[in-house]
Design a protein around this ligand. Structure first.
Ligand SMILES: Cc1cc2nc3c(=O)[nH]c(=O)nc-3n(C[C@H](O)[C@H](O)[C@H](O)COP(=O)(O)OP(=O)(O)OC[C@H]3O[C@@H](n4cnc5c(N)ncnc54)[C@H](O)[C@@H]3O)c2cc1C
Length: 381
């Protein structure tokens, strides 16, 4: 086969220019690797999201070469902690060291694309992958516009990954499947905490994304056809947002808790949602993408994707456990109410939980004490 029939033959070809694909392109380009990225859409790419970057997500962004001071100059909002609310109780904890950031998905996308371009990454927008063939010369990728080949193929193409199917990597255990809906509201943030409202119908979490806008992500087992219908399940928030104009369109998406059995072959690797995911309520999806990107770049530099397989499992472990613990609270109103009362009485318990979640304390800090430990033990036993 003549190689000249291919329009492009990069060292690394990434399918998907969402946060995972872009972070992966940046991390690989930082290692001097020649990278090209394909996406079916064109920028700025938007998606249903809670739009919160926890402090650990920002640290992972910094590790990719971002100067976090630049975030102060773009449309975004500082986040000081997390607040849980139900109809009777409120529990809150501040991030102990650094703050997080609320940032609109499209703004984050633009930031990542700019960084990738400045490192020489080449993009093929509006290229939908139609077929992938695995030959001895390497993966061959056919889009609606061209045919490309590459040494390493990275699937960053989300939950319905074609790359994962083509590589035979889609065997997975699905722990949870819920429906997310996000909507922006034109209102000045009333707090710099991310507020998570809990009810028997799921959660609504509010992230300030600028000085005049908040993003609300509704996540539930049942689909709501409109943001108003979803909001009606959370009376306190509904009261807070009464008469607030909507800003932009609502976006819906599935959120999965899913662990893939294998995320890499000799020359194909998966990243981001394509490689498994945690429920949206954890606010950890983007952090996972950024951490995986750094691990994948190291494996690519060492020409050994088995390194990535091992690190990926390690990266996924705690967020996956937290995701299952939070979903246990979603399913068990009694446990939830007991725990929220305990959080209100013992704010330190909530603070410790948050610190574990954002990786500033080890999981063992709880020992065998407290309701949460009991819940976590039920999950891990
Ligand atoms: C309601 C909701 C709220 C959330 N809130 C948060 C939060 O607050 N904080 C957080 O960190 N995470 C959150 N998440 C999770 C986070 O959004 C995801 O983990 C993240 O989007 C994963 O990024 P990705 O790049 O893997 O996938 P995606 O963002 O899905 O990107 C995949 C890309 O691949 C492209 N693609 C797919 N198929 C093809 C093809 N055949 N050819 C070419 N291109 C293709 C798509 O166009 C897309 O651009 C939330 C998720 C949901 C659903």
């Amino acid at each position: 086969m003549s190689l000249s029939r291919f329009t492009s033959q990069p060292d690394v070809l990434i399918v998907g220019a969402g946060p995972a694909g872009l972070a992966s392109a940046i991390a690989a380009a930082n290692q001097g690797i020649q990278v090209e990225v394909i996406d079916a859409r064109k920028p700025p790419i938007d998606k249903a999201c809670g739009e919160g970057l926890l402090p650990a997500s920002l640290e992972s962004l910094a590790a990719l070469g971002f100067d976090l001071r630049d975030l102060l100059h773009i449309e975004s909002y500082p986040l000081r902690g997390i607040r849980f609310l139900n109809d009777k109780n409120i529990a809150e904890a501040a991030f102990p060291l650094n703050s997080g950031r609320g940032i609109r998905r499209t703004v984050l996308h633009e930031l990542l694309v700019d960084q990738a371009e400045s490192l020489g990454v080449r993009f093929h927008w509006e290229n939908a992958v139609r077929a992938i063939e695995l030959s001895r010369q390497g993966p061959l990728i056919r889009t609606n516009r061209q045919t490309l080949t590459t040494r390493y193929l990275i699937g960053a193409d989300g939950h319905q990954s074609r790359v994962s199917a083509a590589a035979g990597l889609n065997a997975a255990t699905t722990h949870s499947r819920r429906i997310g809906l996000s909507q922006h509201y034109a209102i000045a943030p009333w707090t710099n905490f991310v507020e998570i409202y809990w009810s028997d119908h799921g959660q609504a979490y509010v992230t300030p994304t600028s000085s005049n806008e908040v993003c609300v992500a509704y996540v539930a087992n049942q689909r709501s056809s409109t943001p108003a219908e979803a909001l009606s399940q959370f009376p306190i928030l509904q009261h807070r947002l009464a008469n607030t104009p909507l800003s932009g369109a609502a976006r819906g998406s599935i959120t999965l808790g899913r662990t893939l059995h294998t995320v890499a072959t000799e020359n194909i690797a998966l990243i981001g949602d394509a490689s498994g995911s945690v429920d949206a309520i954890t606010g950890e999806g983007l952090a996972l993408c950024f951490r995986q990107a750094a691990a994948l770049a190291t494996a690519l530099r060492n020409d050994d994707l088995t390194l990535y397989q091992q690190t990926h499992r390690h990266i996924q472990r705690l967020p996956s456990l937290m995701s299952r613990a939070l979903l246990l609270l979603d399913r068990s109103p009694r446990l939830r109410n007991q725990l929220f009362r305990a959080f209100e009485r013992r704010p330190l318990l909530f603070q410790q939980l948050l610190q574990i979640h954002i990786r500033q304390s080890p999981l063992r800090v709880f020992g065998t004490d407290g309701l949460l430990a009991a819940g976590l033990q039920m999950l891990t036993s």
